[in-house]
Design a protein around this ligand. Structure first.
Ligand code: T1G
Length: 706
């Protein structure tokens, strides 16, 4: 495609300046067409004797979101981005990058290959490739350290976090305070450059300032990131690439970077994290409404319950500048709840995450009432009261009587039937589930639970409001536990059943921790409270009737007052004020007694069996959920599990992981345990029909559309 036909790169000659503008909506992804267009325009400018300076910028609101991630799987990356950047860096006329907006990944690398860089101070730039399981593959690991020093470059590349242009020392030749003056000041910069004789400054000619790379830098950095980089493949390769910048000449450093880039690109983790990037975006693509569907204006929110959940939920709205009215029937409970919120903000302020002014501004948005009438004028109410249907129904009956017409009535229920709740009001079309995950002011996931009668505009309003309060919303249907909690049930069941069969809880927890979850099922159960599972099972007797054996130990621990961390003992023991689980041999004894009572034969569990029984049963439930239409697509389930349960993003989520393992293997394992575990196996290991069907067709969950 030649430049004149290019629609994604245009240029205009302004006398002695060739202005090359990218316009590949929506983010100037550096697709093949853009790379071809850039090469054509740059070569044309280099061959134009009138042109003295080349400027590269953008017609869109950002400079560039980097390489086109959607091209990675196609493999046709020629001409590749490094070729474009070599052309720029070796040009015999000055090339100036004018960053009129964010520059990420290859977009920033494009600027680094230029001879001069201009931006406005608050502009965001970054190298987020590590979040895609790869590393900056177009010279970023070699050029950035030469400009900004090794330590800052290392942190940007390994953390993937964006920084403000003004904070990136040594990278920009001109930082403009007022974005509105960017173009005019850039023109003056270029005019001066021409006037001064068009000197060319190539980053490759800059020697690394080894002062910024003390010998212990890399080892200390490795230690510093060990916890959050646990299990990830690309952070270590990012570090190695930056080390190469310090130890090798640029040409060899670029070669090393290319090798490490391809090593990462070929890894299952890169596939998983790139899948997840698009999965998160796709969660917002919902077929229940369209562009014409109206959105209700949410100017104020009522929260019922100022406890842990209610308080956390309230903070989300205060953080977004939306006034909140919190209802507690007792004044002291209200006082307590507001006090907890203030302490949370004060803790953030102590860590420098919040200014005192912001703290006061947010607290000023939080009002309290002890009367339902205090909610009469809010645009949205979210109840976070006790998880019992009759309590929820009482609340919604009151809300129906009190709240203004058009108010959205939402439940934070984590398992209960939204349709049943809606039907106790005169306005079921205004009722929806907004299931926050604890701690509600921290966890990014929001399950938006649509009832059968929930209107499209209420769904759309909820999905858009989620973005405003910085949540990742996934739209789900109604069933017990919706998606997340329904799938976690078999996961916890298998852990408990294996304990009954003689497995050590710490063995089970270690296998799951090593797989990449933040903690194993028993540690998680103790932290959440074993009584929560106990109450859920009491309300699900018909469901667990299949074979209730798995719960006997957990039920007995609760009856023995061992509700978990909060009481100092659950499956593990805990010293006061210490969350470290201490194995307790008496639990194994209890399990042995209960197993003998039930005639459950002891069984040796390999790491593989532990992993498969916990994770494949979770995946199998996901297959049921997909087939029932409770989740619209498998990638939505992945988003729920990564953001709601800490499923390792380097595995892409449970359904992506199953696709990577191969559904035939998942299916075979389900059949194996069904047949090996006697009555219990028959009760709980029947493969979901969708899993069976896709496995037989050699397909993936990602191929399934309801
Ligand atoms: N490639 C392809 N599609 C992209 C994309 C990209 N780099 N970035 C965004 N999109 C899509 C996105 O899926 C969405 O699609 C639409 O654009 C709008 O995105 C060689 C190899 C740039 C800050 O990781 O962080 O460079 O949902 O809603 O809120 O070393 O997009 O509309 O169908 O997010 O204005 C590294 C990823 C690539 C940046 C803009 N770059 N993108 O935010 O829009 S690898 C990244 C973002 C690389 C080099 C390596 C954000 C944004 P849809 P959006 P936004």
């Amino acid at each position: 495609m030649s430049a004149e036909q290019s629609t994604v790169v245009v240029s205009q000659n302004q006398g002695e300046t060739a202005l090359i503008m990218m316009q590949n909506a929506p983010v100037n992804a550096l697709s093949k067409a853009v790379r071809v267009g850039l090469i054509a325009e740059i070569e044309a400018a280099l061959n134009n004797a009138n042109v003295k300076v080349i400027v590269i910028s953008s017609q869109l609101g950002l400079f560039s979101g980097g390489a086109d991630i959607s091209e990675f799987s196609s493999g046709n990356l020629q001409p590749n981005l490094p070729e474009v950047l070599d052309l720029i860096e070796n040009a015999n006329k000055p090339v100036v990058a004018v960053l009129n907006g964010p520059a990420f990944g290859g977009g920033l690398e494009l600027a680094l290959a230029c001879h001069y860089r201009i931006s406005f101070a608050d502009n965001k730039v970054g190298l987020p490739e590590v979040n895609l399981g790869i590393l900056p593959g177009a010279g970023g690991t070699q050029r950035l350290p030469r400009l900004t020093g090794v330590a800052q470059a290392l942190d940007m590349i390994v953390s993937g976090k964006p920084v403000k242009a003004a904070a990136l020392n040594g990278v920009f030749d001109l930082i403009v305070d007022d974005p509105a003056k960017l173009m005019s000041e850039s023109q003056a910069f270029v005019a001066q450059l021409i006037n001064d004789g068009c000197e060319i400054k190539r980053v490759k000619d800059i020697e690394i300032d080894t002062e910024t790379a003390p010998s212990e830098l890399f080892s200390q950095y490795r230690q510093g990131i060990a916890k959050q980089a646990r299990g990830f493949f690309s952070p270590e390769r990012c570090i190695q690439a930056v080390e190469a910048a310090v130890t090798l000449p640029l040409k060899d450093g670029l070669q090393k970077e290319a090798e490490l880039f391809m090593e990462c690109m070929r890894s299952p983790q890169a596939r998983a994290q790139q899948h997840f990037f698009f999965a998160e975006k796709a969660a917002g693509h919902v077929s229940d409404y369209d562009k014409s569907t109206p959105v209700r204006d949410i100017k104020s929110v009522g929260i019922i319950g100022a406890g842990t959940m209610g308080g956390g939920i309230a903070m989300n709205f205060a953080n977004a500048g939306i006034p909140v009215v919190m209802l507690e029937l007792k004044a002291e409970a209200l006082e307590k709840g507001l006090g907890v919120i203030r302490r949370n903000y004060e803790n953030s302020a102590k860590k420098g995450k919040l200014s005192q002014q912001d703290l006061e501004d947010r607290m000023a948005l939080l009002h309290g009432t002890t009367e339902y009438s205090g909610l009469a004028d809010v645009d949205l109410v979210i109840e976070a009261v006790f998880e019992k249907m009759d309590v929820k129904k009482q609340v919604f009956t009151q809300l129906d009587a009190i709240c203004k017409k058009g108010a959205i009535l939402a439940s934070n229920t984590s398992t209960l039937d939204i349709n049943e709740i809606a039907d106790c009001t005169s306005r079921p079309e205004d009722v929806i589930g907004l299931h926050f995950f604890s701690p509600a002011n921290v966890m990014k996931l929001l399950e938006v639970v649509k009832g059968e009668k929930t209107s499209a505009d209420v769904i759309k309003t909820s999905m858009q409001l989620a973005k405003k309060i910085r949540k990742v919303a996934v739209l789900v249907g109604v069933c017990f536990g919706f998606v997340g909690n329904r799938m976690i049930e078999p996961y916890g069941r298998e852990a408990n059943r294996m304990m009954l069969e003689g497995a050590d809880p710490e063995h089970v927890d270690r296998v799951i921790y090593d797989f990449g979850l933040p903690m194993g099922p028993f540690t998680m159960g103790d932290m959440a409270g074993l009584d929560i599972g106990y109450f859920v099972r009491q309300s699900r007797k018909e469901h667990i009737a299949h074979d209730p054996s798995y719960a006997v130990v957990a039920d007995r621990l609760v009856k023995d007052g061992r509700a978990g961390l909060k009481v100092g003992k659950g499956v593990y023991l805990y010293e006061a004020g210490n969350r470290k689980p201490i194995p307790d041999p008496t639990v194994a004894q209890i399990a042995k007694e209960e197993a003998e009572k039930l005639g459950v034969k002891p069984r040796k569990h390999s790491d593989e069996e532990i992993l498969e029984r916990c994770i494949f049963t979770l995946i199998n439930e996901g297959a049921h959920i997909l087939e029932e239409g409770i989740a619209a697509k498998s990638s939505d389930i992945d988003v729920i599990y990564v953001y709601g349960y800490g499923f390792p993003v380097f595995r892409g989520g449970p359904m992506q992981y199953a696709d990577e393992v191969g559904l035939d293997k998942v299916y075979a394992a389900m059949c194996k345990y069904r047949d090996e575990l006697g009555e219990y196996g028959k009760a709980w290991f029947e493969p979901a029909p969708l899993l069976k069907r896709l496995a037989e067709q050699g397909k993936r969950f990602a191929d399934f559309a309801k």
